[in-house]
Design a protein around this ligand. Structure first.
Ligand code: UD1
Ligand code: PEP
Length: 430
């Protein structure tokens, strides 16, 4: 199994290209199930989750080619991928495939909308909380779907004439349930109004792509999304938006090590709240023509308190990385996690590097230390694993991160991007 070896102590200087967003690419790929025409996605990152979803979509009958070639034949960076689903050949998404990745559950929306039925295994994904699917079920029921749960599967059927548009207000903001309801409602009869919808940029990206396919969606990016159902959707060409979590992660890495880096092909507006926190920690952040410049010279890292929240709040997917940064602040900071009830597994691993962190309920208290010391650590989930990389970059000596398959779910060519900026990071294959 691969491990990542880091020798800490180097500043970062150079340019880091930001990839397309995993969390936008996945729902966009799933949207290809809604049409018998070709959906072409540009800037698709090469990640384990994308490969896994390619397998799942193939099982439903989606024909997939990369840059005009068949999948797995070559180039693997910022790919353009064509998805064509002339016919859905199977409306079951089996446990063996879905259990590996939570977002694969989202096929339930398009399958139900296009074929009138879906049988989808309850999902897996990062072990960061219980992550139920009650909101998906309630929302689809509001569109008149009949839903039963049996032997670990969700069996959904639409009325004979198809799903029926309705008003549904989410009792809690859910990115995934917003994606699914939006996709399902595009082909429903009549109009759907989603209240308390997620406002994340990835939801907006999906809505924009669906509109390019002929859907009639308005209000994306606000808490109320209106979807007027249409009879069918066509193909489209769409560019996946930049990964704001990858952007924030590298910005925090520079704030941690010191240095001067341009994050290319990204956009400050995607992560205002996180960038503001990094600024308060002592980094200078400015826009450039193609992205963002992050600089930290001399001065130490200041302690900053944050609370995670749905967009536009501080993203939970950057919480672990920010904690990594705060381990070396020159004071005491507090981080409160409000989205997932079990997203502090990085705490004990950061402690192996010498971090001083205590937990009280959903709040972590971080007492900054002047030095971290390299150690063997274990990745426990996707964002936790990269928080260990950030800490390792500033630790003295060698940090060896095991279980990097978590990292490979969401960070494209991490070791290459960091090495080019002067870090000592390498992948070790046993
Ligand atoms: C592939 C993808 O895009 N994943 C992101 C997505 O996950 P995901 O879409 O799974 O996260 P949600 O926004 O749905 O989850 C938010 C909260 O709602 C709860 N909930 C959700 C659905 C439901 O039916 N019932 C329920 O109680 C969850 O347990 C969690 O506590 O948004 C999360 C929150 O920004 C991010 O951390 C994930 O990286
Ligand atoms: C939690 C994440 O992913 P998933 O929802 O697929 O588990 C993430 O991207 O940080």
């Amino acid at each position: 199994m691969d491990r990542i070896r880091i020798v800490g102590g180097n500043e970062l200087h150079g340019v880091i290209p930001i990839s397309g967003a995993k969390n936008a690419a996945l729902p966009l790929m799933i949207a290809s199930l809604l049409t018998d025409d070709t959906l072409t996605l540009e800037n698709v990152p090469h990640l384990a989750d994308v490969e896994q979803l390619i397998r799942i979509l193939g099982n439903h009958g989606v024909d997939i080619s990369v840059n005009g070639r068949r999948e797995r034949q070559g180039e693997s960076y910022a790919r353009t991928i064509h998805f064509t689903c002339r016919n859905i050949v199977d409306t079951t998404a089996p446990y063996e495939l879905v259990s590996k990745m939570r977002a694969s559950f989202w096929v339930i929306g398009p399958l139900l909308a296009r074929e009138g039925k879906a049988r989808v295994s309850l999902p897996g994904g990062c072990a960061i909380g219980t992550r139920p699917v009650d909101l998906f079920i309630e929302g689809l029921q509001a569109l008149s779907a009949n839903i039963e749960i049996d032997s670990g599967y969700v069996n959904a059927t639409a009325p004979a004439g198809g799903l029926i548009g309705a008003r549904y207000t989410f009792p809690k903001v859910s990115v995934g349930a917003t994606h699914v309801l939006m996709m399902a409602a595009t082909l429903a009869n009549g109009t759907t109004v989603l209240g308390n919808a997620a406002r994340e940029p990835e939801v907006v990206d999906l809505a924009n792509c669906l509109n390019a396919m002929g859907a009639k969606i308005t209000g994306q990016g606000t808490a109320t999304i209106t979807i007027e159902g249409v009879r069918s959707l066509s193909g489209a060409r769409h560019r996946v938006l930049p990964d704001r979590i990858e952007t924030g992660t590298y910005a925090m890495a520079v704030a941690m090590t010191g240095g001067d880096v341009i994050l290319e092909d990204t956009d400050m507006a995607l992560l205002d709240t996180a960038l503001e926190a990094i600024r308060r920690a002592g980094a200078e952040i400015t826009p450039t023509n193609s992205g963002i410049r992050v600089v930290r010279n001399g001065a130490g890292i200041k302690p900053v308190d944050i609370v995670t929240d749905p967009f536009p709040g501080f993203p939970t997917d950057l919480q672990a990385q920010f904690m990594g940064l705060m381990t070396k602040s020159n004071g005491v900071s507090h981080i409160t996690e409000t989205i997932f009830e079990n997203r502090f597994m990085h705490v004990q691993e950061l402690a192996r590097l010498g971090a001083k962190i205590s937990l009280s309920g959903q709040t972590a208290k971080i007492e900054g230390v002047s030095r971290l010391k390299g150690a063997p650590v274990m990745a426990t989930d996707l964002r936790a694993s990269v928080s260990l990389v950030i800490a390792g970059l500033a630790a003295e000596g060698e940090t060896m991160v095991s279980r990097v398959y978590h990292l490979d779910r969401g960070f494209e060519r991490l070791e290459e991007k960091l090495t080019r900026c002067g870090a000592h990071v390498e992948r070790v294959s046993d």
